[in-house]
Design a protein around this ligand. Structure first.
Ligand code: ATP
Ligand SMILES: Cc1cn([C@H]2C[C@H](O)[C@@H](COP(=O)(O)O)O2)c(=O)[nH]c1=O
Length: 210
């Protein structure tokens, strides 16, 4: 049986990475076979593309270049790491996937959701996640968390203006309406232990208890 493909999505500072790390610790030593990974990145070639996309010095990057680079990183990561794991029966939990491209490049950058979906179909075919957990937090709250986190270096997208991050949030709201059975919404503006518990409840429901 193939594994389930689960993605975490949401605005900057929503807590996706922190919760993924906590879930990883909770599931380590369990009988469940789960691979934790992230986009853009997750494997060497895609991590190199990540450095190019997120480098703050690359202010001249055209939005179409950006969309194509995310799709290229996704193709490499998907075919090299995600697809083989799913085929071997391993569940995959990925920090960001195609919905990020649809919300950030398609909606917030203004390229168009259908256009960005089309280049991603070229990159990875029509594969969508089985389940997506949306970490719901208003952009101001998420960005404030990042500002407070001294250890975190701000990347080229973090430093976009608030209006951009509002459009990202709006893009995600449209995706939630478009994919009501796939996208599950968790209130990410709660203490991290509560967010972890809410995410675990969904994971236990879809992949079984740890
Ligand atoms: N529930 C929470 N309450 C308060 N602070 C939190 C919570 N979850 C995460 N944080 C803090 O917020 C900051 C951003 O968290 P994290 O990197 O996990 O978010 P993210 O969704 O992965 O962000 P990005 O997509 O921008 O990388 C970190 O400093 C983290 O410690
Ligand atoms: C996959 C993907 C990501 N992005 C943006 C979202 C974030 O600003 C960065 C990734 O940084 P993180 O700390 O790992 O969350 O990239 C995007 O715009 N489009 C995408 O497809």
């Amino acid at each position: 049986m193939t594994g389930l493909f689960i993605t975490f999505e949401g605005p900057e500072g929503a807590g996706k990475t922190s919760v993924l790390q906590r879930i990883n610790e909770i599931y380590s030593g369990s009988t469940q076979d789960i691979l934790f990974t992230r986009e853009p990145g997750g494997i060497e070639i895609a991590e190199k593309i990540r450095e190019v996309i997120l480098n703050k010095a690359h202010t001249a990057m055209h939005e179409r270049t950006e969309a194509l680079l995310y799709a290229a990183a996704r193709a490499q990561h998907f075919f090299e790491k995600v697809e083989p794991a799913l085929a071997a029966g391993t569940h995959v939990i990925c920090d960001r996937f195609i919905d990020s491209s649809l919300a950030y490049q398609g909606h917030a950058r203004g390229i168009g959701v259908a256009e960005v979906k089309a280049i991603n179909e070229f990159a990875i075919g029509e594969r969508m996640p089985d389940v997506t957990i949306f970490f719901d937090i208003k952009p101001e709250r998420g960005l404030a968390r990042i500002q407070e986190a001294d250890e975190r270096e701000k990347n080229r997208l973090d430093v976009e203006g608030l209006a951009f991050h509002h459009r990202v949030y709006e893009g995600y709201q449209q995706l939630i309406t478009s994919y009501p059975s796939r996208i599950r919404v968790v209130n990410a503006d709660q203490p991290i232990d509560v967010v972890v518990a809410d995410v675990l409840a969904i994971l236990n429901e879809v992949i079984g208890v740890k």
